[in-house]
Design a protein around this ligand. Structure first.
Ligand code: SDX
Length: 429
């Protein structure tokens, strides 16, 4: 196939280079377009626009394929650990046994936050949404290291990578404790990453904490499944903020805010709220599938549909398969899981969902598992952020290593033409 694209505008013809990715994805390089033709491309929401070349994650939305640095998500979820996946994403390869041990030890020794950070929590109302606290706290974290946040200094980038991976779980768990009016549980460095997080969230200083291994392994799997997803909304946000050479903490803080939206990472909280509404409505599931088909209703099936996956989200498939086992292991039965399965069945038989290729996404089942662990609903998106952290860091590092220019899209202006200013005394009411 030709390695150029020909564009005909009026009587003029332009030739543009094309690019082919590792898995055969194809792109037209429009860098010369405006200079040569006076035209820009217009693609709100970037449905057809690539922002960069990347070596981190590959998704095939038609075939439901997801790989981190070439490794299939199914194998990583089954055989790897979250900290190993964080190394793979941020360092670019699977670690040797000694590198993994050193990586785990380095992260474990940075789990404490400065005691002054605790005062920040007192500034929030007790019912503050933990995503607001997380975004503010991660940005505030930079002030404790503000003399060593140079995005172009590899040693500073590495130590801040370690600090964020180590401290963000502590910050998240402290915000949960604060919302409950409980004393903070400090990190226990004798535990695994997931085990430490569970103990900080559910441990009390008044008694020993019995770590449930099923919970620990389920949480580690959930973190792996959320670790990266190429150029999604929050990762694109992290990249574009990083492109201004903003420090890593500021860039991650912006990604947290983008993830909070109900169309993105906030969907896992919205899914549970939707399932509870359906469960409590005697009209049942068919009513909500009908509402979702009806644009004027403004209702969407949360946890369904995806910009890239036009087939079953492989993460949802893994979580759906694991949900029964995890809930059984946790000694939990959740009627919402039955509602979710039934809703999926009805929706996938419905022509509207089939024609639009709307399948369950990662958020559809994750909330049921978080719920079974006793994690409050308003912490679900925080759990998503904890998983996505290494992916955000990896993309921020890649953007800086690639020396990409500052992100600054063009636009097509459709406002008023030039007109003279009218002093307020001469304007009509
Ligand atoms: C995540 O990008 C990523 O990789 C994200 C993510 C990650 O790991 O980072 O995978 C995580 O954010 C998963 C998505 C979580 N969000 C939800 O579950 C919210 C519900 N889903 C949607 O709102 C929607 O599907 C999106 C936002 C996820 C995708 O939106 P798109 O690609 O912009 O698609 P669209 O909104 O244009 O929908 C296409 C059509 C529309 O109908 P038409 O205009 O063609 O007639 O499908 C309809 C939509 O109305 N549609 C839905 C629907 N999702 C899309 N109709 C009913 N229920 C839904 N859930």
């Amino acid at each position: 196939m030709s390695d150029t694209a020909t564009l005909k505008i009026g009587n003029d013809t332009y030739t543009l280079p094309t690019i082919v990715g590792t898995e055969g994805e194809r792109a037209i390089d429009v860098k010369p377009l405006r200079r040569e033709s006076g035209h820009i491309t217009l693609d709100p929401g970037f449905l057809n626009t690539g922002s960069c070349r990347s070596e981190i994650t590959f998704i095939d939305g038609e075939r439901g394929v997801l790989r981190y640095r070439g490794y299939p998500i199914e194998q990583l979820a089954e055989q790897s650990s979250f900290l190993e996946v964080a190394y793979l994403l941020t360092q670019g390869a699977l670690p040797s046994p000694s590198a993994l041990t050193e990586w785990e030890q380095r992260i474990t020794r940075h789990t404490l936050v400065h005691e002054d950070m605790k005062r920040m929590y007192e500034a929030f109302p007790p019912n503050a949404h933990p995503m607001a606290i997380l975004s503010a706290a991660v940005s505030a974290l930079s002030t404790f290291y503000q003399d060593e946040v140079d995005p172009l200094d590899p040693d500073q980038v590495q130590i801040n990578t370690i600090r964020l991976l180590a401290k963000v779980p502590t910050i998240a768990a402290f915000s949960l404790k604060r919302s409950q009016g409980h004393r903070y549980t400090y990190p226990d460095n004798g535990l695994s990453y997931a085990g430490r997080l569970l103990k900080m969230m559910f441990g009390y200083g008044t008694e020993p904490y019995e770590l449930d291994e099923d919970q620990e392994s389920a949480l580690d799997k959930l973190l792996i499944l959320h670790a990266d997803h190429e150029q999604n909304c929050s990762t694109t946000t992290v990249r574009i903020v990083g492109s201004s050479k903003a420090n890593l903490y500021a860039s991650i803080s912006s990604g947290i805010s983008a993830l909070w939206g109900p169309l993105h990472g906030g969907a896992n909280q919205a899914v549970i709220e939707m399932l509870e509404t359906i469960q409590n409505d005697s009209d049942g599931i068919d009513k909500y599938v009908r509402l979702a088909r009806d644009k004027s209703s403004g209702f969407r099936l949360m946890g369904f549909g995806h910009r890239v996956y036009k087939s079953y989200d492989p993460r949802a498939k893994i979580l759906k398969g694991a949900a029964d086992k995890i809930l059984a292991g946790l000694g939990q039965k959740d009627p919402l899981l039955d509602v979710a399965r039934r809703l999926e069945e009805v929706a996938l038989e419905d022509s509207y969902f089939r024609e639009k290729n709307l399948y369950p996404n990662v958020d559809f089942y994750s909330g049921i598992i978080y719920r079974a662990m006793g994690i409050p609903v308003n912490m679900f998106t925080v759990m998503f952020a904890l998983g996505r952290l290494p992916g955000w860091i990896a993309h921020w590092r890649e953007g800086n290593e690639q020396g990409l220019p500052i992100g600054r899209p063009r636009q097509i202006y459709t406002g008023s033409g030039e007109r003279p200013y009218v002093p307020v005394g001469q304007r009509e009411e």
